[in-house]
Design a protein around this ligand. Structure first.
Ligand code: SF4
Ligand code: SF4
Length: 282
């Protein structure tokens, strides 16, 4: 089973939920940090035996001397990553989606397959939990291919928990794609509700079972609860807002290790998710 932990915006406690859930389940769990622009699972779970692998992606290489300026590559590329302007061919690497189409259609053999570095794949261990994370190269704009590589590295694992990037754009969809359940973490505030609604729309488009975790549950009002009731969305867990929780969080400590009631709640959360997956809740 693959569970993605997502949120409509950053700072809602998504990584807190993902790490505590992974530790509550323990042995046999693989935790993926797919927030590749700003991975921070390692701040809570410091990996041991870390292995790093550079991840590259295909990019076309242009031989300007061989190019006959036919424009076939430029016409084919939907992303305008390769463009013929006034008999000169321009390549914009950060816009290239590595589909390879331009190389295939070039009649003059002027395009060949090269590679550019996307970032690094990091695989390590924290107690009985396998940690796999991606770290995007500084200046690199294409995070979905790296997210896909992180997920590929966990194929065949029994229970995978994915810490998704924040928001509702392409990287989040890449992280959610192919998972069995999406856990949306939110806060009981007007901003939290607004971002939750956007996240719910995105998950509903993908047609995946999902539910809500309310973080800092005592800090706002009941509008998230009312919204969930109106929309028929299950609230699986509420994390209280207290000085104790805030202190543990600020020190990078795990709630499930410091607070027995949280260990019980997170242990129950995975069982609720299993039940929801079996029911196919949407
Ligand atoms: S590989 Fe695909 S996305 Fe990249 S330049 Fe060629 S056609 Fe465009
Ligand atoms: S398809 Fe090949 S020959 Fe035609 S413009 Fe592109 S690189 Fe040049």
């Amino acid at each position: 089973m693959i569970i993605t932990v997502a949120s409509g915006k950053g700072g809602t406690g998504k990584t807190t939920v993902a790490t505590n859930l992974a530790v509550a389940v323990g042995k046999g769990t693989t935790l993926l940090d797919c927030d590749v622009e700003e991975p921070n699972v390692h701040l809570f779970l410091e990996p041991k035996n870390l292995r790093k692998t550079p991840i590259t992606t295909m990019i076309p290489v242009v031989d300007q001397d061989a190019c006959i300026q036919c424009g076939a590559c430029s016409e084919l590329c939907h992303f305008s990553a390769i463009t013929l302007v006034a008999d000169e061919l321009y390549l914009f690497p950060n816009m290239c989606h590595s589909c390879g189409g331009c190389v295939m259609v070039c009649p003059a053999g002027a395009l060949t397959e090269g590679s550019r570095e996307l970032g690094e794949l990091e695989i390590g261990q924290w107690n009985d939990i396998e940690l796999i994370s991606g770290r995007l190269r500084v200046g690199e704009a294409m995070s979905p291919p790296l997210i896909e590589r992180v997920k590929e590295a966990a194929e065949g694992r029994e229970l995978v928990i994915v810490d998704a990037p924040p928001g509702t754009s392409c990287p989040v969809i890449a992280a959610m794609n192919g998972t069995h359940y999406v856990l949306l973490v939110t806060e009981p505030t007007p901003f939290g509700l607004n971002d939750l609604k956007l996240a719910v729309e995105a998950v509903r488009v993908l047609g995946m079972p999902f539910g809500i975790v309310i973080n800092r549950a005592d800090a706002g009002d009941d509008r998230v609860v009312r919204y969930a009731e109106e929309e028929g969305i299950e609230i699986l867990m509420s994390i209280p807002y207290s000085r104790k929780v805030a202190e543990y969080y600020a020190r990078g400590r795990l709630l499930v290790e410091a607070m027995p009631e949280m260990a019980e709640a997170f242990g129950g959360l995975v069982e609720k998710i299993r039940a929801a997956v079996e029911r196919g809740t949407r």
